[in-house]
Design a protein around this ligand. Structure first.
Ligand code: ZN
Length: 478
């Protein structure tokens, strides 16, 4: 397609979304998109991987209503301050005005926690670890962009309750571990987990930890967050348990949001190249596409052979397609390449004579021969090796975008080419003025400090020159 992913990401992304048939943007409500099968099949696979990781760690699925009565939503003061302006309201049902307005959930704390208060009586009812997969709605006022910022988005949210603060804190660490497995091991998306400044946390949380990834234009995108809620919700929602010492105590809570739309955008952005989309083998709706190459005189022979190969792969559980359409082989190559199918197989007279197929991985485009006997093993192996190459490439690129600076001028200079710049900073609780200066003068954000990273010794804040208590990561954001 000849659009460079890095220098012209916006056009690259729009072209891939449209030409690979990932979305239809013609739905007539602003900020709402139609996700098409070629994207949604992959998103469903993403869901199944993420849900499996949650369930491995004892989270149970649950399904709460999408409507939240206004009286629930306003119970936690900061929460309603944070979300109030973004809520879609239902005011009527049929011909009647509702006595109480209903919010379309912008997130589910205030839907779920009144029930948690009923479910939790004694210590034996704890912990509760539940997750819900679905959509939430937020009236975004910033410009919307498919998958990156919309008014309806798909995610998974977990809501956990514990008897002690320590258990809640270790849940936050477990959530980060889940992100490592899901985002990096399975999806191959590089990211960094940062504890957000106090002025930028989830409305109603004690602390917010967020996964930021980089897009090809050098801007960061927040793709998941886990929050230490402490007792900020358990008190207004009266979620208490009778402890062993005979005293009633409020529970400690965490919640965790895995933003599927944005993670999908990051998947497309990280793996794709200037020829289009590249889907990892485990996530592609079609893992292997077989393209038969024939003339009129050997058409039946080639097709029969190709059908045999198709059946063999299908019986082994691969998602495979035999492209028998009337288009030319060259057209088919381009089409499936653009749509990111990880492995293409070419079958012609020569392959039949050699009792094998040609295998072409999407990322390198290098053809190699595989005999029918080794076919199944070779496909699995190629799929794994391709993912390994994609991850290596992504990691190198991500590392290259991580920089550091020790003065404001240096920070300014390093931000020019995008990426994430590490600088010493005074305070994530009280440094809002320094943050504002970075935001106003450099149009960048203080994203927070890296979990587990030590404190700077003898360094000064790049903005105010006072003693630095954190290394923070600064970047331009979506
Ligand atoms: Zn400062």
């Amino acid at each position: 397609m000849d659009i460079d992913k890095h220098s012209n990401f916006s056009e690259w992304f729009s072209t891939v979304l449209k030409e690979a048939k990932l979305v239809d943007l013609r739905y007539n409500v602003k900020g709402f998109i139609v996700i098409l099968p070629w994207a949604f099949k992959t998103m469903k696979l993403m869901y199944s991987f993420a849900e499996a990781e949650l369930e491995k760690r004892n989270h149970a699925p649950v399904n709460f209503p999408v409507v939240i009565p206004e009286s629930n939503l306003i119970k936690e003061e900061e929460h309603v301050k944070g979300f109030g302006g973004e809520v879609f309201w239902i005011t009527h049902a049929g011909f009647n005005r509702l006595e109480e307005r209903l919010a379309l959930r912008p997130t589910s704390e205030t839907a779920m926690y009144p029930l948690y208060a009923l479910w939790i009586k004694g210590k034996s009812d704890l912990p509760i670890k539940m997750y819900q997969s679905g959509a939430v709605w937020r009236y975004e006022t910033k410009a919307t962009r498919p998958f990156i910022r919309g008014r309806e988005f798909l995610w998974i949210e977990t809501h956990d309750a514990f008897a002690t603060k320590n258990e809640a804190l270790s849940q936050v660490m477990e959530d980060i571990e889940i992100l490592n497995v899901f985002l990096w091991d399975i999806l191959g998306i590089p990211f960094i987990v940062l504890r957000r400044p106090q002025w930028d946390k989830f409305p109603g949380a004690d602390d917010t930890y967020a996964a930021d990834t980089l897009m090809p234009d050098g801007k960061v995108l927040q793709i998941a967050t886990t929050h230490m809620l402490g007792q900020r919700f358990s008190k207004p929602f009266n979620i208490k348990f009778m402890d062993e010492d005979g005293r009633e105590k409020f529970v400690w809570q965490t919640c965790f949001g895995i933003g599927m739309n944005r993670i999908y955008a990051a998947l497309v952005a990280w793996h794709g190249d200037n020829k289009g989309l590249i889907y990892p083998f485990s996530l592609s709706p079609i893992q292997v596409v077989i393209v038969p190459i024939f003339k009129e005189n050997n058409k039946e022979k080639v097709l029969n052979y190709a059908r045999g190969v198709y059946k063999k792969l299908k019986s082994k559980g691969f998602r495979v397609l035999l492209d028998e359409s009337e288009k030319t082989p060259g057209f088919k190559f381009n089409e499936w390449e653009f749509k990111g199918v990880p492995i293409r197989m070419e079958i012609g007279e020569k392959e039949i004579n050699n009792e094998g197929v040609l295998i072409v991985p999407r990322d390198t485009g290098i053809r190699s021969f595989a005999s029918l006997n080794e076919l199944v093993d070779k496909v699995s192996k190629e799929g794994k090796e391709m993912m390994k190459r994609l991850k290596e490439k992504n990691w190198k690129e991500f590392e290259k975008s991580l920089k550091s600076a020790s003065t404001f001028e240096e920070l300014k200079k390093k931000l020019e080419n995008g990426g994430i710049v590490r600088v010493p900073f005074c305070s994530l609780s009280h440094g809002i003025e320094c943050y504002n200066k970075i935001k106003e003068e450099l149009k960048a954000e203080v994203r927070g400090e890296k979990v587990g990273e030590g404190k700077p010794k003898g360094l000064k804040c790049v903005v105010c020159g006072k003693e630095a208590n954190h290394f923070v990561y600064v970047a331009r954001q979506y």
